[in-house]
Design a protein around this ligand. Sequence first.
Ligand code: URA
Length: 209
Amino acid sequence: MDGVTVIDHPLVQHKLTIMRKKETSTAGFRRLLREISTLLCYEVTRDLEMTMETIETPLQEIQSPVLEGKKLVFASILRAGNGLLEGMLELVPSARVSHIGVYRDHDTLQAVEYFFKAPDDIAERLIIVVDPMLATGNSAIAAIDKLKERGAHNIRFLCLLAAPEGIKSFRKHHPDVRVYTASIDSHLNENGYIVPGLGDAGDRMYGTK
Ligand code: URA
């Protein structure tokens, strides 16, 4: 699918299968989400820009590549996005973090922002927006609208599962933003849940249902 990368690494797919099982406990789900987030982070950062640093090995001085880590922002869409953050920050501890609370008003269809915190210089950074589920795409679209209003223009979107309907809508609104996902599932049901999916990601990771 155009503009979408499916991360089909065997470890990702194995962990995702366990997360989908309805009998997987809250603790297990949370642990797996943390593990899988590091693997997803590995793929979404595969082509990050590097810079050369002069270092000394015990044998000689060399030019060696390091990440331009200060240039990265992980933007979590509240609340489920936070489940992906921890593992990602373990891999890239120097990344900055943004939190975005946003929903789409049912009547006006306008994005309503209830929380937004991001570094001032997001225009100069690569923003990786994270939310485990790309369902209707509404909150991801709204969150990225808000980031763009503040100058962000180099953006990627990372999720665990995506529905075809959500991808279509998302790509229509933000064709410049590549989507990274571990799976494109069958469809959305009448309640906006991804089928077969894994249920409500926030509830499963925080045990709120
Ligand atoms: N959000 C979820 O947590 N799960 C879905 O299936 C859809 C949206």
